[in-house]
Design a protein around this ligand. Sequence first.
Ligand code: AMP
Length: 271
Amino acid sequence: MKILLNNTSLFKSLRPFNDLGFIPTMGGIHKGHLSLINKSKKLCKKTIVSIFLNPKQFNNKKDLKSYPRNIKKDLKILKKTKKVDFVYLPKFKDVYKDKKKSRITLNNKDKILCAKFRKGHFEGVLDVMNILTKIINPNKIFMGEKDFQQLYLVKNFLEKKYPTKIIACKTIRDKNKIALSSRNILLKESDLHKAGNIYKKLVNIKKGTNNKKNISNFLIEQKKQLEINYKIKIDYLELRNKKNLKYTKKSNNSRLFVAYYLNKVRLIDNI
Ligand code: AMP
């Protein structure tokens, strides 16, 4: 596993290879990330993982400050897999020429779910994914369905611009069924337990949307109940079509999208 600390070393090392699988991450490596690596190992000749905590996608300074980081531990986990050929650890200046905000803008129809509640977040994500794709030039990029809206926006954006294919990978969950996330480390054991119960409740709510006449009212009521019963703040609880993210009244071909705060930690999921 070769560690690439700057772009000169990256260009030199990647030049001989044209069947690259790329897994972009912000570190805090967990089994969700490892599932993307496993898929890349199966489908591509070489696998490259990047660890870059992209400041431009954080709409909240406190969130960036508290984001879990432990490069030493991450590298140890990645090395142990024996499936990673390269780890790219760029500095800010390897990725960006200046500190200016992203020039990428979202269409109005995309300003939904997390884009509505985290202003500037996806503009920052698209900006960094655009630059990393240009620098690395991978055949395939592996991304998790846990961040479904991110996957949707990045796929639409990059596949129009580059020959690179975006491969969607299933959400990996822990024993409580909570979607694995680097931020879970910020949660207490009791919060993890609570999040597990919330997940079970969400699965039932999703089932409950089947054949409901007024899904919108049903979800408004369920959202209120969840907020009261679990003492959480929910940004959104919405049923949307999984192909185009439009509101839907049918529970097949749809996902129930949720974002909520548990003790100041923002969790997202889709079911
Ligand atoms: P992050 O480091 O959180 O930016 O995530 C890097 C990549 O890993 C993204 O494509 C995420 O969607 C994916 N990912 C994060 N958590 C999971 C999970 N629990 N299951 C599958 N993929 C995940």
